[in-house]
Design a protein around this ligand. Structure first.
Ligand code: MLT
Length: 279
């Protein structure tokens, strides 16, 4: 599978941090981080991962060649964007920008991509930030549910997902007190391309178990989690913190899954402290 050229933001000068968005979002979720870190001596690269945002036209057809021949129906040959595809796209973007090493920060699906990146390119990873993510692979039930979601969004679009997921993505306090954040998250979901989202769901279902990688990660790592995240709870974060040697954990109060949007000040301070410790 060849790497895909991604749409991206590139702001600031200094040590590089690469921000990898979650599902089904795009690079606009990092606006507060891009503004803050580029103003504080960092170069911030934020791509739209393959199939999302302005990279939604970059989907690559059918990887499952055993199941799929060109003449078969699209449903029989689902497009799958693997976490490894996304990580290789990020490495290709760094090549294009002549960036050798960067701190890699991923939220949720972006965290899975970060796991693949540090596994494939450990010497190019100066630091690792794992926010609202987890190491274990999906179980059978979770895989089935992803396939159902992929089929549903291909049939009906993103509408149903937005309504169902907001109460899990955002803490009760965010829902009650931050209407702009709520609207922003809803709009990001609604403008996601169903084909890109479905391909990523299938890629997440196919992702490997990263648990065995954890003791081998020697890169300094910051694990972040929202105290009220029902999708990737604090126990998932503690699991990673306990197994990655040079790691620390930041639990963010009054936040659920979208910690960087719900509590940007706290998120940015934790990230700033971490980056300061590795550069
Ligand atoms: C995300 O926010 O990226 C998703 O919740 C990841 C997932 O579905 O595992």
């Amino acid at each position: 599978m060849t790497a895909t050229k991604l749409a991206f933001d590139d702001f600031g000068k200094g040590p590089v941090i690469v921000l990898l968005h979650g599902y089904p979002f795009d690079r606009s979720m990092w606006r507060e981080q891009i503004d803050s870190f580029s103003a504080h001596g960092y170069r911030v690269i934020a791509p739209d991962l393959r199939g999302f945002g302005e990279s939604s036209d970059k989907l690559q057809p059918v990887v499952d060649v055993d199941r799929c021949e060109p003449q078969r129906q699209a449903e029989a040959c689902p497009t799958v964007t693997t976490m490894e595809d996304m990580a290789r796209d990020v490495a290709a973007l760094m090549d294009e920008l002549e960036i050798d090493r960067a701190a890699i920060c991923g939220l949720s699906m972006g965290g899975y991509v970060a796991f693949e990146f540090v596994h494939l390119f450990p010497s190019r990873t100066s630091g690792l930030v794992l926010a609202g993510t987890r190491a274990p692979a999906d179980n059978d039930e979770e895989r089935q549910s992803r396939e159902q979601q992929a089929q549903r969004i291909l049939a009906e679009g993103m509408n149903g997902i937005a309504a169902a997921s907001l109460p899990k993505l955002l803490a009760p306090r965010t829902l009650a007190e931050q209407p702009k954040v709520v609207a922003r998250v809803r709009e990001m979901i609604l403008r996601a391309d169903p084909h890109g989202a479905a391909a990523a769901q299938r890629g997440m279902a196919a992702r490997r178990d990263y648990s065995d990688d954890l003791p081998d990660i020697s890169t300094p790592t910051l694990v972040m989690v929202g105290r009220e995240d029902p999708i990737r709870p604090v126990s998932d974060a503690e699991f990673m913190r306990d197994r990655i040697r040079k790691s620390r954990l930041e639990i963010i109060e009054d936040a659920a899954h979208m910690t960087n949007l719900e509590q940007p000040g706290v998120f940015n301070q934790a990230l700033m402290d971490f980056l300061g410790s590795i550069h």
